[in-house]
Design a binder for this molecule. Structure first.
Ligand SMILES: [Ca+2]
Length: 264
């Protein structure tokens, strides 16, 4: 009887241990944030992922690395790392980016608590040069949309630490909204009429590389319409899973003539 009792006890103990292991595994998996990628919203124009090159995931507007732009840990894989001095990713002046209504969204990490650009108080995240649109951050962490060199609207301070945060600006007519980690911040009417004599760039003013951003910019994406709050929140909630890359097969800069099945 004692032997049977011991065997029964050993069997029960093994079952208990196995159950505990499975439970711990389940909890760890649940806590590891196995978020699903989010399908990209309609209206995509360009999506620079920063995965070790300046390619546009859609193949429309491949960029050129300028200065000593490098790559480092991003929110989704890798991202562009800028020192703020002569760095940037220039993407030319294509008609597809000459927009009056748009969304610009990216994961952004400051490289310094107090300085967003080494010699000026504003660092650009995506900028079209003089009289074009520019989306940036100032030293206080306020988000800015500007008609470069003319006027601007701003909200914040919001980006005040050196962690990754999701930033976005949407514009539909005169309605402008900023988003910080999925939360919307409305500003007053703003529709200055942008002009596009120069090209656009990630991480600096494109025409003179001024206002270089000090930090990391990842998954910078431009859309030809103002996304809804829920669409931006879904991208934020996807976190490091990011936007789903399918069906947007990666295109090289030598195959930009190919069209992509972008859904309306
Ligand atoms: Ca990335």
């Amino acid at each position: 009887m004692n032997r049977l009792a011991n065997l029964s006890f050993a069997s029960a103990a093994r079952t208990l241990v196995l159950s505990s292991v499975l439970l711990v595994s389940f909890v760890l998996n649940s806590r590891s944030g196995l978020a699903q990628c989010v399908p990209p919203p309609a209206g995509l124009v360009s999506w620079w992922r920063g995965e070790g090159d300046a390619l546009d995931q859609l193949g429309n507007n491949p960029g050129i690395l300028v200065g000593n732009t490098s790559f480092g840990a991003g929110q989704v894989g890798r991202g562009f790392v800028f020192d703020g001095s002569g760095d940037g990713v220039q993407v030319g002046n294509p008609a597809s980016l000459q927009l009056q209504d748009f969304t610009i969204e990216a994961w952004v990490k400051r490289g310094n608590f107090s300085v967003v650009s080494p010699s000026v108080p504003v660092g650009f995240i995506f900028d079209y040069g003089s009289s074009g649109y520019g989306f940036g951050v100032d030293n206080s962490g306020a988000l800015i949309l500007t008609k470069v060199g003319v006027n601007s609207v701003t909200t914040g301070p919001l980006l005040t630490d050196v962690n990754f945060h999701h930033l976005a600006v949407t514009k539909a007519g005169s309605t402008v909204q900023f988003f910080f980690d999925g939360t919307a911040y409305a500003v007053g009417a703003y529709d200055p009429g942008f002009a596009f004599s120069g090209g656009a760039a990630i991480g600096a003013q494109s025409d003179n590389l001024a206002n270089g951003f000090l930090g990391t910019i990842d998954e910078l994406t431009v859309y030809s319409r103002a996304l809804a709050a829920g669409e931006i929140q879904a991208i934020y909630n996807a976190g490091s899973a990011g936007k789903c890359t399918s069906p947007f097969a990666r295109r090289s800069r030598h195959s930009s003539s190919c069209s992509l099945p972008i859904k309306p």
